[in-house]
Design a protein around this ligand. Structure first.
Ligand code: CUK
Ligand code: CUA
Length: 669
């Protein structure tokens, strides 16, 4: 009988950890990639075989595990902000418990929070104004800074899909602004200015497109470089307070991830497509790409001096930062660098080679100074196969994810520089720890600041494979918590997570210091005071309903409208008790919102079918929560073509998913 991949004996299971069975499978994937020329030269293969011998630390670790326990009623020391990949949202977690505290809708539609297309008018309008898309791909969450440390005001997040960036305010933990960037495709990298403050929010567009992308420069496709010759990407700078785009810099190649320094001088983006290729072979051909540094003071001076153009209908200044410009500096990095991040001492940027098994340490004292940008490289260190992202503990050590090797590698920065300069005695690599599996980003406590605490590290793994109960073909992904307070990394916990734990940033909880518990009603111009509720017709087909909720009383408990009326409900939650939210769901009209204490929200829908429709509270607010409901009475209008009732509801027949038509019954396969 053939052996099922999931049926491991205990002995085999321990071999997985040692890297001989399941890990071998993942390494094979890496070898296939290497054979396809994706991992560079023999160095990649060397590191691949090295992986099987890597030490493991998943043995008994009760002390660290106990340290990570957060007892009932106790709070976590750290707050982490996770992007949600194609879920389009942001998540808030407690560290080290790894418990999810909140999900914040950003680019998506969220019926739980009553946000977006089926939610309140304000969030729907915000998404409409930013393009009218109700999905997004969130990659890189970054907090706002003052003097190199988190100031607790905002979190910014990109949407790769529609080229947008959003801001979440960290008093109410709500998305409050979305900016659609002009003339870009696929905003991938996002970075916030760290000094003196945020300041700028930077965004790197990844996909090269004609400028403007309005049908020009479309040459016949084929096997030649001419087709992408006039495609470009832009590095955008947005004002973190006004969320307006201030300027954009056109660069060569494409852009992947980006970061900022601790002096407010530079923003840098990695490039994985130096030749502007259009398929895998042409994108991965150049043996060396780069990190492009943008000199912020020089760009500001050039904007002031009017040395820019605009593109298409956009009025945003665009500066030329392609090779030869004094606004930019291209530091070569093997092979297709991916993540880039500043060391907490402010001295270096570390760029991760992705298709080269190496990290490159760039000396920030030397950028824009060395005539040959090659000379700004302080060290190149071979770390293992598929290095993607690096974080820090503040004690001189770096932690890099190895996607193909499925490992976290701990290395010392100054030792890497010594070894690069010929010191044969130092051993920069301290430890390699197996993670399960294929880590993308990692995040360490306060690592994104000049005050890292070096306590906890999280590996955000794309695969979980055998770590959790099977739940169908779509496995959970896996955030693994690692104790980095000692010399050796120690794996502490596995945490299944919903699509997709893309990147995280972790702050000391006391940095997030403006958190509010109730809204102040005076900030809502449309606040409905108790006693002023009612229905008002403001046009032939336009009705405003003012409504209040004070648990468990909803006022009014009925209102009349006419078929075809466009109805806006303005709902004020006049409970000022903390944690006392109400929901408002208009049955059979596709709208659901929720209203936090002190908050006012609006929701608009068309009353397009005569009848009685109850509206009800969806948040469990009171012992009489179920009784917190009322009626919208829609009067028949002769001649009005009301919304038809779907045939399934008339016939009582179920609706089936056509995909499963020819599948055997469950259990009979
Ligand atoms: S980055 Cu977005 S896909 Cu965050 Cu590692 Cu590669
Ligand atoms: Cu109000 Cu439930």
């Amino acid at each position: 009988m053939e052996k099922n991949e999931n049926d491991l004996t205990q002995e085999e299971d321990s071999q997985v950890v040692k890297g001989t069975t399941r890990r071998g499978f993942l390494s094979t994937m890496g070898k296939i990639a290497a054979a396809a020329g994706l991992l560079g030269s023999g160095a990649g293969m060397e590191a691949l075989s090295g992986c099987a011998k890597a030490p493991t630390s998943t043995a008994s670790v009760p002390a660290s595990v106990a340290k990570a326990l957060v007892a009932p009623g106790k709070w976590d020391k750290y707050m982490g902000f996770w992007s949600g990949g194609p879920s389009g949202e942001v998540r808030v977690k407690g560290i080290p418990s790894m418990k999810t505290l909140l999900r914040i809708p950003v680019f998506n539609n969220d019926t739980g929070r009553g946000y977006g297309l089926t939610g309140d008018d304000q969030s729907e309008k915000m998404l409409q104004d930013a393009g009218g898309y109700y999905e997004g791909d969130t990659h890189h969450p970054h907090l706002s800074y003052t003097d190199g440390d988190f100031n607790g005001k905002y979190l910014y997040i990109n949407d790769k899909s529609a080229g947008r960036i959003a801001r979440i305010r960290l008093d109410y933990f709500q998305t409050d602004a979305i900016t659609a960037l002009p003339n870009v495709s696929a905003v991938h990298g996002l970075a916030t200015q760290r000094y003196p403050k945020t300041g700028y929010v930077f965004a790197a567009s990844e996909f090269e497109v004609p400028m403007p992308n309005d049908g020009r420069d479309i040459v016949p496709t084929g096997n030649n470089a001419a087709q992408t010759k006039n495609y470009w990407t832009l590095l955008s700078a947005v004002d973190g307070e006004t969320m307006a785009v201030k300027w954009q810099v056109m660069v060569d190649g494409n852009q992947d991830n980006m970061t900022t320094d601790y002096k407010g001088l530079y923003v840098a983006a990695t490039c994985y497509n130096a030749d502007k290729g259009w398929n895998v072979p042409t994108m991965t051909k150049p043996p060396v790409a780069w990190a492009v540094f943008v000199n912020i003071p020089r760009v500001e001076a050039a904007v002031k001096a009017g040395k820019y153009k605009t593109i298409g209908k956009s009025s945003v200044p665009v500066l030329d930062g392609r090779h030869g410009s004094d606004l930019t500096y291209y530091v070569p990095v093997e092979k297709d660098p991916h993540g880039i991040s500043p060391t907490p001492d402010g001295k270096y940027f570390v760029a991760n080679g992705k298709l080269a098994p190496k990290v490159t340490v760039i000396d920030l004292e030397k950028v824009f100074k060395e005539k040959n940008p090659k000379d700004a490289v302080a060290a190149v260190l071979t770390v293992g196969v598929g290095p993607l992202h690096t974080v820090y503990d503040g004690r001189g050590n770096a932690y890099t994810t190895l996607f193909v090797d499925s490992q976290m590698v701990k290395w010392n920065i100054e030792d890497a520089i010594k070894a690069y300069n010929g010191d044969k005695k130092v051993k920069p690599i301290i430890q390699k720890l197996d993670v399960q599996y294929q880590p993308g980003h990692n995040a360490a406590t306060q690592s994104d600041t000049n005050k890292p605490t070096g306590e906890w590290l999280v590996s955000l793994n794309k695969f979980s494979k055998d770590r959790f109960l099977p739940v169908g073909p779509r496995f959970p992904e896996n955030d693994q918590l690692i104790d980095i307070s000692g010399h050796k990394m120690v794996l502490v916990s596995d945490n299944p997570v919903y699509i997709e734990p893309h990147q995280a940033t972790i702050a000391l909880a006391d940095r997030i210091k403006y958190v509010k518990k109730v809204y102040d009603p005076k900030y809502f111009a449309n606040h409905v005071a108790g006693g002023t509720e009612g229905v008002k017709r403001i046009g032939p087909h336009r009705v405003i309903v003012k409504l209040t909720g004070v648990a468990p009383i909803l006022t009014p408990v009925y209102f009349h409208v006419k078929e075809g009326d466009i109805v806006t409900v303005i709902y004020s939650n006049n409970d000022s008790v903390e944690n006392l939210a109400h929901g408002f769901n208009m049955t059979m009209h596709g709208k659901n919102i929720n209203i936090d204490p002190g908050e006012t929200k609006e929701v608009t829908f068309t009353a397009d079918r005569a009848g009685v429709y109850w509206y009800f509270c969806t948040i469990f607010c009171h012992a009489l929560h179920l009784e917190m409901r009322g009626r919208m009475i829609v009067e028949k209008v002769p001649g009005y073509r009301s919304r038809p009732i779907k045939p399934n509801r008339l016939s009582g027949k179920p609706s089936f998913d056509e995909r499963f038509k020819d599948f055997p019954e469950v259990g009979k396969a």
